[in-house]
Design a protein around this ligand. Structure first.
Ligand code: FAD
Ligand code: NAP
Length: 891
């Protein structure tokens, strides 16, 4: 490091050493640290990068094991901040090798003359926030300490190798290597007996290469992992054409995509595709050799639903059986303990065929765990293996390991980060931590990081951070700190996001499960790169929401709050609707609005299969009404639920809540009869209510003909349908039947006043607007009739009604009247269960397979209906033969 960069400071004498003073200290000279330094310099900040290694490269400096490559296509896994740089570098392969990526990072370093501000061979050992100076003091194991205003940890998510946790490693007399700390000199394995422990990506990449050299290779596998052939070669012509055709557009698409690689959103769902179609898609993906492709392009439910996922996992296991000749080895290599993608799948070159070689043995540690390492080799519960070389491909203390290795990191008030994170990392955006002002973590836990093309996520974090530092300097602020409210909100949002994917169903380094004693939790942000970016931008546009900014000559600014209160998928749906810039639905007129709803519904995922769907007519209050009957696949007779669709008494029909009826039919094991009641303005109050009552009576009387169980029926409805269901219960009580054993009211209309808080709080922006509700009311019911319990059941007599479940959604104008109805029924002695769906909007619970986070509520609703029918809950945890489902685990 040039001496000139080491400045003496006032505190030097007191500390007995030299302190380097900079605006910004960056720790780590990998992809992130290098770009940071470039941006900070351009922005005019004095900066230093502290790097433990002897050179730049980070991951690509340390992981030099045979076969090391990237697993995101290299044209995507590159910097994009400078078009000149993009033109100046050509990748030779679809997946570049470690040496080529390291050369690239060296090229970037030299191109921007970065080395002069990097202190190599310097490990940061501790960091302290010095409150009086509003600066961080970093202690290093070599050379001067560093005093900086801003401390940016670009220390990497996968840079702290995990200890092997096996007794006796020190006793081994042969050679020991760690894939994550592979020596720089050539390692000769020819003629040697080699053991590899670990079959994650590092093991899977190195095993075929080691097998080619070693006299014998023994692979010690604890958990099999899914691997797909990389089909490496030159960068694929089709992707290159896309990139070169519109480089800026391609890069922008990547930034807004889910995983940081531009692939479109897949809309087809597995149950819409035949076996042959699914196989065709799978074979195409297998041939493509692309992780992001197979993870996102086959069918939309494979990443969010265990059933959709297992269809894909079965096909991969079939491939393994086809490739690996020995059936016992093939079985041992086939993963069964986690959904595909929940643990990072690997891209391999000849991995499975390697097990057909005569010099390769697989040891299944599930059957014979390692008991220890001896002077001559490895001992399992059953036998001993004498080897010359042991390669530990045992992975990393991921996401938090390198951050916590700087110990202590002492923030405001002497708080230590390791104490704050004792139960798992707490962050705001994965970038900052409350109580640790001016500390930033590039791709920290709580950001998309390792679930994305890291190059894209790193650039986004670096840009956001440096832009904030510039904006603060401009405004005279010198500190920036996340608030507790914002951080707690982010934790909630993270938890909501993780119910959307299957990552929570696997024990992996994503969840900390690979390190004994580490707190368990899905650490990366699972909501996607594009949504995450928009959230970071929204924080800025909302006046640095959730951050406290201070400076010596400016007033403190703190716009406290949570950035995302909606469920993540609800947010996506509402953003999509907002982007469509639709005129208000009421402006279409009744028929236009009906056409719009029909068009809207045509674009949603098809509902899942049920046993049978039968259309028919029933006798309504004033003539025939259509109905649609959904029968479960199980043998009947089934209890019957009479269902009323939503649509403000104006829109929809017996088919318009089709996915919801199918879903509830499957979950409850009951028949649903969706009633096509008549609509306003053609048929005004009390037609819908009277139709609802008459239809219920008719269905109860004809239960046996419908394949249902004779006896009491249940009623259910959403929105205005919930209103009809509630009214039907009151009418049935007062008119001597039919017998109703339970009512499920989903976001029901229950009253004619519009002055409850939810009407104001959620008046606009959540699809069902206040003005749309006014319109519905006007079309259906004149003001004089509105207090009639047949449209405002809250004003009716509530005693002796059937037990109820009332579901309400937080961001719904109808929320408070639903809650009021539940409370009023409970006060009248009716057994009532209330479900308040946090972060949901009026349509959430019925948007099946779109709003995935609505599943837990539907599980609860199904169980309530089963209870009303005197049946046990939907499924019991641990039931034999019941496959785990994402929804059940989410619930
Ligand atoms: P790193 O590259 O990990 O750099 C962090 C640096 O910080 C290291 O050099 C480390 O020495 C230094 N450091 C840490 N702590 C200290 C300290 N206390 N003091 C001083 N220095 C310190 N991601 C992808 O998106 N696509 C891929 O194909 C891909 N392949 C990968 C292959 C392997 C083998 C591994 C291990 C990871 C892979 N990753 C991949 C993830 C990869 O880590 C990131 O893509 C990226 O390289 C991370 O860059 P970084 O700068 O954030 O961190
Ligand atoms: P990893 O995925 O965590 O795999 C570690 C392996 O070691 C697992 O099979 C693990 O088994 C096993 N293991 C750990 N401790 C063990 C013990 N005490 N006894 C027996 N087995 C033990 O680590 P990795 O392979 O280094 O990969 C980490 C991540 O780095 C990857 O997921 C990927 O993101 C990145 N990476 C990418 C590439 C690429 O292709 N570009 C290459 C390498 C790494 P269990 O599963 O049972 O714990």
């Amino acid at each position: 490091m040039p001496e000139a960069m080491v400045a003496s400071s006032a505190s030097e004498a007191t500390r007995g050493g030299t302190i380097q003073q900079v605006d910004v200290a960056v720790v780590g000279a990998g992809f992130a640290g290098l770009y940071l330094l470039h941006r900070l310099r351009k922005a005019g900040f004095t900066s230093v990068v502290l790097e433990e290694a002897a050179d730049v490269g980070g991951t690509w400096y340390w992981n030099r094991y045979p076969g090391a490559r990237c697993d995101i296509q290299t044209i995507d896994y590159s910097y994009t901040f400078d078009p000149e740089l993009e033109r100046a570098w050509q990748w030779s392969e679809k997946y570049a090798t470690q040496p080529e990526i390291l050369r690239y990072l060296g090229f970037v370093t030299d191109r921007y003359d970065l080395r002069r501000d990097i202190r190599f061979g310097t490990k940061v050992t501790a960091a302290t926030w010095e409150h009086a100076a509003d600066r961080w003091l970093l202690t290093t194991d070599h050379g001067a300490s560093v005093s900086c205003r801003y401390y940016i940890m670009a220390t990497g998510c996968l840079s702290a190798p995990k200890p092997p946790e096996i007794d006796g490693v020190k006793d081994f007399k042969g050679e020991v290597y760690f894939t994550g700390r592979w020596p720089h000199e050539e390692i000769k394995l020819a003629g040697k007996r080699v053991a590899v422990i670990g079959t994650g990506s590092s093991g899977i990449q190195s095993i075929p290469m080691i097998a080619e050299q070693a006299a014998h290779l023994t692979v010690f596998q604890r958990t099999p992992n899914f691997a797909l052939p990389a089909h490496n070669g030159p960068p694929p012509a089709d992707r290159m054409a896309l990139l070169e055709g519109d480089r800026a557009g391609y890069r922008e698409q990547a930034r807004m995509s889910l995983a940081g690689v531009p692939w479109p959103q897949q809309m087809s769902v597995s149950w819409q595709l035949s076996d042959a179609e699914r196989r065709e898609r799978f074979e195409k993906a297998w041939a493509a050799g692309d992780l992001v492709y197979i993870l996102t392009q086959l069918w939309a439910d494979q990443g969010v639903d265990v059933d959709g996922n297992s269809l894909l996992a079965d096909l991969i296991r079939e491939k393994i059986r086809t490739i690996v000749k020995d059936p016992e080895t093939a079985a041992a290599l086939s993963p069964h303990d986690h959904p595909f993608g929940a643990k990072r799948p690997c891209l391999d070159t000849n991995y499975y065929t390697t097990y057909n070689r005569p010099n390769v043995t697989l040891v299944n540690l599930r059957q014979e765990p390692i008991t220890g390492i001896t002077a001559s080799g490895i001992k399992t519960g059953k036998r001993g293996f004498d080897v010359d070389v042991i390669v530990f491909a045992t992975g990393f203390d991921a996401m938090t390991g390198a951050i916590m290795a700087v110990h202590p990191i002492t923030g405001r008030g002497g708080k230590s980060l390791s104490d704050v994170w004792a139960n798992g990392p707490q962050t705001y955006l994965g970038l900052t931590v409350a109580g640790f002002p001016n500390l930033f973590m590039i791709t920290g836990p709580g950001s998309p990081s390792v679930l994305s093309n890291m190059a894209v996520s790193i650039e986004q974090h670096v840009d956001w951070t440096v832009d904030r530092l510039m904006a603060m300097r401009e405004a005279g602020y010198t500190t920036m700190e996340a608030t507790d409210t914002a951080q707690a909100g982010w934790a909630r949002h993270m938890a909501d996001c993780s119910t959307l994917t299957l990552h929570r169903l696997a024990n992996t380094w994503y969840t900390g499960a690979n390190v004994p004693g580490k707190a368990w939790g899905v650490m990366p942000y699972t909501g996607g790169v594009g949504p995450y970016r928009t959230i970071c931008d929204e924080i800025v546009s909302r006046g640095m929401l959730g951050f406290r900014l201070t400076g010596p000559n400016v007033a403190e600014q703190c716009n406290d709050g949570e950035v995302v209160r909606l469920q993540p998928d609800v947010r996506l749906v509402l953003n999509m609707l907002a982007d469509m810039n639709l005129p208000p639905i009421e402006s279409f007129g009744a028929q236009g609005a009906r056409d719009f709803v029909a068009q809207f519904n045509a674009a949603r995922p098809a509902g899942r299969p049920v046993g049978e769907v039968v259309d028919g007519t029933l006798a309504g209050a004033d003539g025939p009404l259509p109905y649609r009957l959904y029968r479960p696949a199980t043998p009947g007779p089934h209890p019957i639920v009479v269902y009323f669709h939503g649509g403000g008494w104006v829109l929809g029909d017996e088919q318009s809540d089709d996915p919801f009826c199918r879903d509830m039919c499957r979950r409850t094991g009951m028949s649903f009869v969706s009633v096509g009641y008549r609509h306003a303005p053609e048929h005004r109050f009390p037609t819908a209510a009277e139709d609802g009552y008459a239809a219920t009576r008719w269905i109860a009387e004809h239960a046996a003909e419908l394949g249902g169980k004779p006896g009491p029926v249940m009623v259910a409805g959403w929105s205005a349908g919930g209103n009809i269901a509630a009214v039907t219960c009151q009418l049935a009580r007062d008119r001597g039947g039919p017998q109703i054993s339970g009512q499920l009211l989903v976001c029901p209309v229950t009253d004619c006043t519009f002055d409850r808080p939810s009407y104001h709080e959620n008046a606009t922006g959540y699809f069902l607007t206040r003005s749309l509700m006014y319109w519905f009311w006007d079309l259906y019911c004149s003001p004089a009739d509105r207090t009639d319990p047949r449209v405002s059941p809250l004003r009716g007599k509530l005693e002796n009604l059937p037990p109820a479940l009332v579901a309400t959604c937080e961001f719904d104008p109808l929320r408070d009247e639903g809650v009021a109805y539940a409370q009023a029924m409970a006060a009248a002695g009716v057994p009532v269960e209330q479900l308040n769906a946090r972060g949901h909007f009026h349509s959430s619970l019925t948007m099946v397979d779109v709003v995935i986070t609505g599943v837990a509520a539907r599980v609860q609703m199904a169980n309530a209906l089963r209870r009303f029918a005197g049946l046990p809950p939907e499924r019991k945890e641990g039931d034999e033969g019941v496959r785990p489902r994402s929804d059940r685990l989410a619930a």
